[in-house]
Design a protein around this ligand. Structure first.
Ligand code: SF4
Length: 328
């Protein structure tokens, strides 16, 4: 069996505000295996991004607070190591890319300087060697005319090219793990497909593991080996991507699947896309019992009272739902 490179146990994260304390991530546990792409999916507000940022203690504290849990990487708990050790892990061992590259790229520094910065900080490369490595990285993420781009500024690139630069920057120190938070959301469909291809290609080349945060279940089936589905701060289903997409066990997963357009289907045979009714509940007004029950087409009386727990159902799958069979 493949080894895990990251083990998350019982991670619970809250935020304090004028409405009191809100639990954004409520005791999630999972493993990221060596060389896999693990996708975390769910609508906005389900806790995916907070969960991912907490792995590297990147949530603002206060108002955020990591209440419980552990994040084990290289036999160390990232939630307990000192700030110096954590800085070493960030960027060198675990890198992160975000939805909007413009918020992460410095507009007044050339791309070359920004790519070289982690190389000069985390490695013993000379300035000349760092320059050459930075050009090589731009080439690796398929940026045309990489030498020329070294002296350009972020605003001189298209959105897709900027995202490629961000991915390149994340890869400078050959991280073991890449956390990609909605890396394609701000891009048009064609460029999205190119970025997904690039991530897959880089994963195969480097052997790194990728935690991919997204709201798009359709996209993950093309790239991920396993999927975690989150709702209201908790994992409601997880399993191998293909099986989970073909036979969802949780009505929420089925709702996400039904809202994905199917490529290649003729218009006349294409079923109408079905939206999941209602909205993600506010974290300070979670419904009783199963948090999904007000939106669930399969809701039963029991669901309104008793909260289901995540249970293993075989073949590497887990689900948190009172239904015995598949939802419809
Ligand atoms: Fe729906 Fe009940 Fe399952 Fe919740 S526990 S997802 S309400 S069937």
């Amino acid at each position: 069996m493949t080894d895990s490179v990251l083990r998350v146990e019982n991670l619970k994260v809250s935020f304090s505000g004028k409405d009191g304390k809100l639990t954004a991530v409520n005791g999630i546990s999972y493993r990221l295996m060596a060389g896999e792409i693990l996708a975390m999916v769910g609508e906005s507000g389900c806790g995916k991004t907070v969960g991912a940022l907490s792995l590297l203690r990147l949530i603002p504290e206060p108002p955020g607070k990591i209440e419980t849990g552990s994040v084990t990487f290289n036999c160390k708990d990232l939630l307990k190591i000192n700030p110096q050790e954590l800085r070493e892990v960030r960027g060198r061992d675990i890198a992160m890319i975000f939805q909007d590259p413009m918020t992460s790229l410095n507009p007044v520094l050339t791309l070359g300087n920004q790519i070289m910065e982690p190389l000069l900080r985390h490695t013993s490369l000379t300035h000349k060697e760092a320059w050459e490595k930075a050009v090589e990285i731009l080439r690796q993420v398929e940026i045309p005319s990489p030498v020329e781009k070294m002296t350009q500024y972020p605003h001189q690139l298209s959105g897709g090219m900027r995202q490629r630069v961000m991915i390149g920057m994340a890869l400078t120190c050959s991280p073991k793990i890449l956390i990609a938070d909605e890396p394609t959301t701000a891009l048009d469909v064609l460029i999205q497909a190119q970025i997904i291809d690039l991530l897959q290609h880089l994963k195969e080349q480097t052997g790194m593991s990728i935690l991919l945060i997204t709201h798009d279940l359709g996209m993950v089936t093309e790239i991920a080996q396993r999927v975690i589905v989150m709702y209201a701060g908790e994992i409601v289903e997880s399993g191998p991507a293909r099986e989970l997409f073909h036979t969802p066990l949780h009505p929420y997963t089925l709702g996400l699947k039904n809202s994905v357009p199917k490529l290649g289907q003729k218009k006349e045979t294409n079923k109408r896309l079905v939206e999941i009714p209602g909205n993600v509940p506010s974290l300070n007004q979670l419904p009783s019992g199963c948090a999904f029950h007000p939106r669930c087409p399969s809701v039963m009386e029991r669901c309104k009272i008793d909260k289901p727990v995540l249970r293993e159902v075989g073949h590497g799958r887990e689900v948190s739902c009172w239904l015995e069979g598949n939802p419809s």
